[in-house]
Ligand binder design. Sequence first.
Ligand SMILES: Nc1ncnc2c1ncn2[C@@H]1O[C@H](COP(=O)(O)OP(=O)(O)OP(=O)(O)O)[C@@H](O)[C@H]1O
Length: 363
Amino acid sequence: MARIELDHIRHSYLAHPARDDDYALKEVHHVFKDGGAYALLGPSGCGKTTLLNIISGLLHASEGRLLFDGEDVSHYPTEARNIAQVFQFPVVYDTMTVYDNLAFPLRNRGVGEAEVERKVRETLDMIDLNDWADRKAQGMTADQKQKISLGRGLVRSDVNAILFDEPLTVIDPHMKWVLRSQLKLLHKRFGHTMVYVTHDQTEALTFADSVVVMYEGEIVQIGTPADLFNRPRHTFVGYFIGSPGMNVMPVSVAGRQARFGEETIELPGTPKTPMGGAIELGVRPEFVRIGHRGMPATIHKVEDIGRQKIVRAVVNGHAVAAVLGEDGEIPAEPRVSFAPEGINIYAGSWRVDYENASEGEAA
Ligand SMILES: Nc1ncnc2c1ncn2[C@@H]1O[C@H](COP(=O)(O)OP(=O)(O)OP(=O)(O)O)[C@@H](O)[C@H]1O
């Protein structure tokens, strides 16, 4: 397995890119640790597949270098990069049996038959296809074929990395959950470096140790699911992760206080200055309190989602969502306040650290 280094990578599909917007990947400068499980998460068109294809060698980046364990592989073709790939749609040999489909990548590299048998059986177990081992792939459902593709990606242990591009799209919801859990177990057991592209936050948050959030050709945050939830580095991370997403409102800041219209909000610390760009306050619905204290609010809607309620309110002319426990009461004259630990300040969409924040908090 390898450490993957993206050294100032930029990519444009145009022959002569001139402006920043001409780049599908603006600038990616990050390291994927050896043995890490990463999910590339972001909306359609943000550059996930472009980045994955640069790692696999299907694309060569316009600028920058790609290194596997310190070796520059930027100009290597896919075959020379020693990676396994699983795509959105099945790639299987229809005329071969399920067993032979999995054995193929191993036999191709001269692995002995005893080891082939051991690895193939182990992988078939994982994807729950041992009973189908002797059946030809032809005629199997798309779902089962995709499981074979996953198996082909997982069967080799000597690869630098395993890359997945939305691999569970054609799998039914229950099996999706099963396979995702198995991938996670497999990662724990064998420590492969895995990079997994998805636009589904549940998929990303359950699979990965580190989620790489992409937005308009940039990586806006790499973090654990808890980091993304508690300290979104960019307002986009706040909107995109969580349901409902983070509330963002325009404020002005003076010292340890934010001014939101006529209201004053105490901050958990003093934001570092200078701050460039529009100043905003971000607070997740889970940190919004509804009660008798705080800013006057008008409640527009209460959605009962089982063990919680989502309350849609308007505060100071701005929509604010709150998550309440099932027993949460809404007073006749409701007021809204924010739990200080959940308040983040943003300047030009990027989070501003508080002065004297501990290292963990500043991350
Ligand atoms: N072959 C291509 N030629 C020109 N532009 C392309 C090509 N492939 C992708 N793009 C553009 O590059 C940008 C990033 O696309 P990319 O496919 O990497 O995004 P993505 O995040 O993987 O999206 P999706 O989830 O829809 O696959 C988009 O604006 C897309 O239109």
